[in-house]
Design a protein around this ligand. Structure first.
Ligand SMILES: Nc1ncnc2c1ncn2[C@@H]1O[C@H](COP(=O)(O)OP(=O)(O)OP(=O)(O)O)[C@@H](O)[C@H]1O
Length: 311
């Protein structure tokens, strides 16, 4: 399912005499069916507010939004049936078993085969053996998995995951990430709010960086290229100034810098241009140990993007 927002805005009117809080302003997004889409932004950027609007938990102040063919504010019942939501602090009945908790929610969602669906997701998330235990006895990771199971019981085509791996140990976090990839392969649209940029980079096709308003939206790769260009690192046995000058003499070379025994070269198209540079360096007597691409992480991109706003 496709998700579209058009000038989506949310303003919270707090206490009297207090200025209103603009949480989300004029947000325009087009999330493609079947993509994993990351919502990135600092604390208070409006990520949760956006998710709450798209899942019909709160009404937009202005603008509009569509989840598949359904319009937020007009078709809320259909939207609730089509979306699954994992919130930051999913509440469960602590004294009841995992199975009982899921059964209650499955009934609430009018799931047809309650028993079958509950079993399917308990098994899928590795909780089947612990199904009779009270949720109060579960670890954080098990609770998170149970919450994911709960969000999936009614087989939503769209899934909103707010910080799905926060507070999980690396093993549990990996399990959840693998599971997200599995859900993606089933063609579901997944919207992921996360502060874990490494995770966003691994899972998301595209990300939006926003802070109340949209700042940038693209694939992590394109954002990286746009902000940093592409850079190639030549590791040499030692660097001679004439090799730096040689590299600078190529018209397509954008910039050259050195760091210890490395020469870093900005190139628009390394696949085409590297072989030429390698050949000329070798001819000039350089001893090349390695050649690699300097990778900027999504974290670099994120921080640089927000810096542009004076963060
Ligand atoms: N119910 C509310 N009443 C008043 N203000 C609110 C309400 N919900 C959110 N806000 C405000 O809206 C802004 C955006 O909050 P939101 O929770 O959407 O941010 P977030 O990007 O999810 O942040 P975090 O990364 O910290 O979870 C904040 O300034 C917050 O204080």
């Amino acid at each position: 399912m496709r998700i579209i927002t058009e000038n989506l805005t949310k303003i919270f009117n707090t206490r009297r005499n207090q200025p209103p809080i603009v949480a989300v302003e004029d947000l325009n997004l087009d999330i493609h069916p079947g993509e994993v889409f990351g919502l990135l932004g600092p604390n208070g950027a409006g990520k949760t507010t956006t998710v709450r609007m798209l899942t019909t938990l709160i009404a937009p102040t202005a603008g509009q939004a569509f989840v598949g063919p359904w319009k937020v504010g007009r078709d809320d019942r259909q939207i609730r049936q089509s979306v699954g939501l994992l919130t930051e602090a999913p509440g469960m009945y602590e004294a009841l078993s995992a199975e009982k908790n899921l059964t209650i929610y499955a009934r609430l969602y009018n799931v047809r085969d309650v028993k079958g669906q509950v079993e399917k997701y308990l098994r899928m998330l590795g909780l089947w053996e612990r199904r009779a235990d009270p949720v109060g006895s579960f670890s954080k990771g098990m609770r998170q998995k149970l919450a994911i199971a709960r969000a999936l019981l009614h087989e939503p085509q769209v899934l909103f995951l707010d910080e799905p791996t926060s507070g999980l140990d690396p093993e549990a976090a990996k399990l959840v990430r693998d599971f997200i990839e599995e859900l993606e392969s089933e063609g579901r649209t997944i919207v992921l709010c996360t502060h874990n940029l490494d995770e966003a980079e691994r899972l998301c096709h595209r990300v939006v960086i926003f802070k109340t308003r949209l700042i940038a939206v693209d694939t992590p790769e394109n954002l990286r290229k746009r902000l940093f260009g592409r850079k190639v690192v030549f590791h040499l046995r030692q660097v001679q100034p004439q090799w730096v000058e040689l590299l600078r003499s190529f018209p397509f070379v954008e910039e050259v810098s050195t760091l210890e025994n490395r020469i870093i070269v900005g190139l628009p198209n390394p696949e085409e241009q590297n072989p030429v540079l390698v050949r000329r360096l070798v001819e000039a007597g350089a001893e090349i140990q390695f050649v690699g691409e300097l990778r900027h992480t999504l974290e670099d991109v994120y921080l640089r993007t927000l810096q542009g706003l004076g963060e």
